[in-house]
Design a binder for this molecule. Structure first.
Ligand SMILES: Cc1cc2nc3c(=O)[nH]c(=O)nc-3n(C[C@H](O)[C@H](O)[C@H](O)COP(=O)(O)OP(=O)(O)OC[C@H]3O[C@@H](n4cnc5c(N)ncnc54)[C@H](O)[C@@H]3O)c2cc1C
Length: 490
């Protein structure tokens, strides 16, 4: 395992292929630093006794202690610990911990490569495990590029006017493949060591060129990261941990990129491409039951603070809103626990969280985020939008007025009122805050996709049989008198 400092040093050696606002920029550009700070914590937290070892685990390949973000889940306990780690870390940094795309991509590949080998006699799993050893030994920072540009949404990859709208193989060579296309919304790519590319969706038998999965250094020849960087407004005087975070997302261009065979994990196996897409989404949404529980708790905490600082914390409507918010936090997290406890073991040995519970938790998180922010806005009041600038609070002439008139609950010092409302303003009115809302809604898959999965994976006939039995309508399952649902007798 390496430290956050070593991670930063390694980043410095990457080829400059980050493009932002009309020019190539340094990875350590001011706008990107907040994201690097967050990612570095995933290295430092792992060895920090404060976190009780939740961030480390024994590798099932080597027995060595590795960072949990590089681990393949070997048990229910592993899934529970991943979820717990994600929540604790995300709460600590006040938002997305950013390294889960890598672990989720690895876990998806551990299953898809194994299945492909069983079916096609290929050697993807061997290649994958070799790659995994490297990832664990070097503690690589991985991100996952799954979402394709996708073009006209209802059209399949092969039916787009431009076939590159889904990343595809354009040439197979003796030493590897050449891929062309782009991946959208590729989070944290500009401060990752490597990118795992996975298919976005299931593939039909005539879509072999798009059924491709591989790992590639983030600065490989032909890759350009067209980046959008986000961070809370920077502070001049009123320093706070929230001012040191950030997040980046790139449109990752693959312009005829060469991938050597040892890094190719699927190439034309359409059935397993679909599995890889599905499993990544599943593992990633399980991660969301950790990080979104944390994010919702951050918003809940901010709302409770706003209530206290406004002197309205005992008001009935405030407690009602807070109770609703707490319920959302608990249900999101509970869904992840239920998904882990009801996990199944794939043939590869990887533990897979239960799809229904994962999707139910992720959907709740996505659909609740705007109402959670609405509660914060309602209880914080207008000052969260109209707070004068930091400079004015420290201005010799007018600072005294701002200190005087920001006062509400007399038990709270003016500076703490200022700090709290600066946080609320950053959370709700900045480009950072706006981007976090859309991240919470769409990241890991839009709620409508989770609804599709929830309906697909629920045994609706079983539900109907319950109603039939109660109505006295004869049915085979009903006559047995017992209902065996997916999770056992009940
Ligand atoms: C901040 C952020 C970070 C992200 N990070 C990553 C990442 O690191 N890696 C990664 O791979 N992805 C990432 N994503 C992508 C995320 O998974 C997608 O945003 C999500 O799956 C939705 O895809 P989309 O954005 O292309 O939306 P679209 O697919 O364009 O969806 C827009 C709307 O169209 C609807 N729609 C789409 N297709 C159809 C259709 N065929 N018929 C009818 N309706 C349709 C959708 O339901 C939705 O309502 C990130 C997204 C965000 C916002």
């Amino acid at each position: 395992m390496i430290s956050g400092e070593k991670y930063r040093e390694r980043l410095k050696k990457l080829r400059p292929n980050v493009y932002q606002q009309g020019r190539y920029i340094d990875r350590f550009d001011r706008t990107i630093l907040g994201g690097i700070n967050v990612m570095a914590t995933t290295y430092d937290f792992a060895t920090d006794p404060e976190f009780g070892g939740i961030g480390t685990v024994s590798s099932h390949l080597t027995g060595e202690k590795v960072n949990r973000f590089t681990h393949i889940h070997q048990s229910v306990e592993d899934l529970l610990n991943k979820q717990k780690m994600t929540r604790i870390y995300a709460q600590e940094v006040g938002g997305c911990i950013q390294r889960c795309m890598g672990i989720d991509g690895l876990n998806a590949l551990s299953i898809a490569t194994y299945d492909a080998d069983q079916k096609h006699g290929t050697e993807y799993n061997k290649r994958f495990l070799n790659y995994l050893k490297k990832v664990q030994a070097e503690d690589l920072c991985l991100v996952c590029a799954q979402t394709d540009a996708k073009g006209n949404r209802p059209w399949r990859p092969g039916k787009q006017q431009d076939p590159d709208l889904y990343l595809r193989v354009v040439e197979k060579r003796a030493d590897g493949i050449i891929v062309n296309g782009a991946k959208a919304h590729n989070s944290a790519s500009v401060y990752a060591d490597e990118i795992i590319a996975l298919p976005t969706r299931n593939m039909m038998s005539d879509e072999k060129d798009w059924a491709v999965a591989f790992a590639i250094p983030a600065d490989a020849e032909g890759i350009t990261l067209i980046n959008a960087a986000f961070h809370p407004p920077q502070r001049k005087k009123l320093d706070a941990p929230h001012a040191h975070i950030g997040f980046s997302h790139s449109l990752t261009i693959f312009d005829h990129v060469f991938v050597p065979w040892e890094r190719v994990f699927l190439c034309g196996e359409t059935e397993q491409a679909g599995k890889a897409a599905l499993y990544f989404a599943l593992f990633h949404r399980h991660s969301y039951t950790g990080c979104k529980a944390a994010l919702s708790e951050v918003v809940t905490g901010a709302t409770a603070l706003a209530a206290e600082y406004n002197g309205i914390d005992t008001a009935g409507h405030v407690r009602h809103k807070l109770a609703e918010m707490i319920q959302i936090v608990d249900l999101i997290y509970a869904a992840g626990i239920a998904a882990a406890i009801n996990a199944t073991r794939a043939d590869s040995g990887t533990y897979v969280p239960d799809s229904n519970y994962v999707n139910a938790g992720r959907m709740l998180a996505g659909e609740s985020i705007y109402s959670e922010y609405e509660s914060l806005a309602a209880i914080a009041g207008g000052l969260a939008a109209t707070l004068p600038s930091e400079e004015d609070f420290y201005d010799e002439k007018i600072g005294k007025y701002l200190e005087k008139y920001i006062m509400r609950n007399p038990k709270i010092a003016a500076e703490d009122q200022h700090r709290a409302f600066r946080l609320f303003q950053d959370m709700m009115t900045s480009t950072w805050g706006g981007h976090k809302l859309i991240d919470a809604l769409h990241g890991g898959g839009s709620p409508v996709i989770e609804k599709v999965a929830i309906y697909r994976d629920h045994d609706i006939e079983h539900s109907k049989n319950i109603a039939k039995k109660l109505a006295g309508i004869p049915c085979e399952a009903c006559t047995k008198g017992l209902f065996r649902g997916k999770y056992g007798w009940y």
